[in-house]
Design a protein around this ligand. Structure first.
Ligand code: ATP
Ligand code: MG
Length: 608
């Protein structure tokens, strides 16, 4: 892979293009010719990659596990789990299927009503995967919760989602659930995964429940439009929303696993996201299993050296992670990574936040391959825009839409309609043409809000972006985070990426601060690299760097140095909170805020 010379132009566009050559691909990528694959693609034809239920219909768990268990992959490793203490467990497709069916049948035997909601509050342990796939097999709706949530966020989500079953651990039960149990009228059963055989009154033990299950359970007829998953958004811009997804979503998971992650039969795939967030489900559970590859699950939290060791020792070939983690690795520098052997690593992808060009290049330096940014949301259920194995990477761009996905830059008109902006590199809202299989089918209890996301044939994402003349999309910022200064709309991403170019800067976040003359001015919060001391001189140097690169209108006027930035538990920088605190405004919903004490500690299952 070769980085060409920097070209001039906008700051993001000035990074060297990474050219892909055939010798860069140890295996032939599924998407070799973007235009031709797109032109030939149809969702109907793609359906041939799935099996469908024997009696008709489509069920996520059947596609992910059971079809392999009765086919050629029965004895292949499906899950390779590494526990916090280094213990290991592997489950073949046949073994996983047996456990999953047992759990499905045991759940059914509890007498739950059709479509009942099963909430999961577990760390990344094998039981989480079994419970999720089991509940889907039995046609219950699964809502995974991030295991570090406190009692209040758990209660709010379970009340909203009318959870009938909760699967958790004794420890989490005691610390987070016991105190709210009385406030959850819909909750009928609590299943506890107790390793030690310990029992808790008023709950059912995992082993006891499983023992009641029958592995000959048959997945009932499932309509592709039956609800399957309820995922809460990250709460980056406000109160989290409950996005509802159906079994048909598995077709998107299949197609994106094929083209965006380029999964091949012998891959060892590692998605670092926690299934408490949508990435950890769509790509930490479903997509790799649908493709019949070996899915690595690591229970431990982020630690750069541990991750490097795992990548090497487990011979990971496709790795899907997030900018927060990449930036933390960058902080430590590429030298540490160079001690390891990453020769098995074929494809690196990132999602969740804009990936700064520095991050893409770090991949090249530390792993010999660039990170491939891709874009999607809880609402889209799967990857929508991506950089592909065989396509040149323009660092700072999120790539091009998946085959089957129509993306556009649009402007909302006063009459509520939208106009597609055809001119290249003009900012507008990123919109997707309705109707891809994993499109969310509603916001739980918020019909009006759901309706407002659509205009005519378009779903409006709430993100601002640009599209260049080659059809690559460039993220500008969330509509809520864009800064209006002296008649200009300033996207935080470009400013933050520019700040990160400065050798002293590890991370940056910018906000708009009211200014009597300009309306708003750009204020930056900067985290310095380890060992760099803040000083007035450094502040001036960073400001000067930004002015040279961005010009006086767009460059920050103020910089505050911080030890860390507020983020969601899913690892996203919360600019709205920086702004509220700066302006002394109410802080809003903080249910997903990673607490400040934890902010400098290892990340809780970093992910989109
Ligand atoms: P909430 O909607 O509750 O504010 P959220 O939008 O952060 O939370 P998610 O659905 O987890 O919840 O995140 C999706 C959002 O993350 C996208 O809309 C986008 O703003 C951002 N994002 C994800 N991937 C990328 C990417 N590759 N580049 C830029 N932004 C990204
Ligand atoms: Mg969102």
């Amino acid at each position: 892979m070769q980085a060409s010379q920097r070209e001039s132009g906008s700051v993001l566009g000035s990074w060297p293009r990474i050219r892909k050559r055939p010798e860069d691909f140890p295996v032939r990528p599924h998407l070799l010719d973007y235009a031709a694959t797109r032109a030939a693609f149809s969702w109907e034809a793609a359906r041939a990659g799935l099996s469908g239920l024997p009696g008709g219909g489509l069920n996520i768990a059947f596609e992910a596990v059971h079809r392999h268990a009765i086919g050629a992959r029965a004895h292949k490793t499906a899950l390779r789990w590494i526990g916090k203490d280094g213990s290991r467990r592997t489950l073949t497709y046949a073994e996983l299927s047996q456990e999953v069916l047992r759990f499905a049948s045991a759940l059914r035997a509890l007498g739950l009503k059709e479509g009942a909601r099963v909430f999961l509050l577990l760390g990344r342990v094998p039981e989480l995967y079994i419970a999720m796939l089991g509940a889907l097999s039995a046609k219950y709706v699964v809502s995974p919760l991030f295991s570090a949530f406190g009692p209040e966020p758990i209660a709010t989500r379970m009340r909203m989602g009318e959870g009938a079953v909760l699967v958790t651990t004794p420890e989490l039960y005691r610390r987070r659930v016991a105190s709210i149990r009385g406030d959850l009228p819909s909750l009928e059963h609590i299943v506890v995964v107790a390793r030690s055989g310990e029992t808790i009154p008023g709950t059912i033990g995992w082993s006891e429940l499983l023992a009641r299950g029958d592995p000959r359970f048959i997945v009932p007829p499932t309509d592709p439009e039956d609800l399957a998953l309820l995922h809460f958004t990250s709460g980056t811009t406000g109160r989290p929303k409950g996005a509802m997804h159906v079994h048909a979503a598995v077709l998107t998971h299949y197609v994106t696993g094929l083209y965006a992650l380029d999964l091949h039969e012998d891959d060892i795939f590692w998605c670092t996201a926690d299934p408490g967030w949508v990435t950890g489900t769509s790509y930490g559970v479903i997509a790799p299993l649908v493709h019949g590859v070996t899915n690595l699950v690591v229970e431990a939290e982020f630690d750069a050296e541990t991750w490097y060791r795992i990548l090497e020792a487990e011979k990971v070939s496709v790795w899907y992670t997030a900018p927060t983690a990449i930036r933390m690795m960058m902080k430590l520098g590429p030298e540490i990574a160079k001690k390891y052997d990453f020769s098995h690593l074929r494809f690196l992808a990132s999602v969740g936040e804009p990936l700064n060009p520095e991050g893409v290049m770090f991949g090249l330096e530390a792993f010999g391959r660039p990170f491939h940014d891709n874009w999607w949301q809880t609402e889209t259920g799967g990857i929508m825009i991506a950089n592909y194995a065989a396509m040149d990477v323009k660092p700072g761009s999120m790539g091009r839409p998946l085959p089957g996905i129509e993306a556009a830059i649009v402007r909302r008109e006063p009459d509520g309609s939208v106009r597609v902006i055809e001119e290249p590199m003009v900012e507008g809202e990123l919109a997707l043409k309705k109707g891809w299989p994993s499109m969310f089918r509603g916001y739980l209890g918020e019909d009006e809000r759901y309706r407002k996301c659509f205009a005519g044939e378009w779903y409006l994402t709430g993100d601002l972006a640009k599209k260049d003349d080659e059809g690559y999309f460039w993220f500008v910022g969330r509509a809520d985070d864009v800064i209006k200064s002296a008649g200009h709309l300033i996207g935080p991403f470009e400013v933050e990426s520019t700040l990160m170019e400065h050798p002293a800067v590890a991370e940056a976040a910018v906000i708009g601060k009211p200014d009597p003359v300009a309306g708003e001015m750009v204020k930056a919060f900067v985290v310095l690299r380890p060992g760099v001391m803040p000083s007035e001189e450094l502040r001036r140097a960073i400001l000067a760097h930004a002015r040279t690169r961005l010009g006086p209108v767009v460059a920050p006027k103020e910089i505050d140095f911080r030890d860390n930035l507020p983020r969601t538990r899913s690892g996203k920088i919360m600019r709205r909170l920086l702004k509220a605190r700066e302006l002394g405004l109410p802080e809003g919903d903080l249910s997903t805020l990673e607490s400040d004490e934890q902010a400098s500690a290892p990340l809780p299952g970093v992910q989109p």
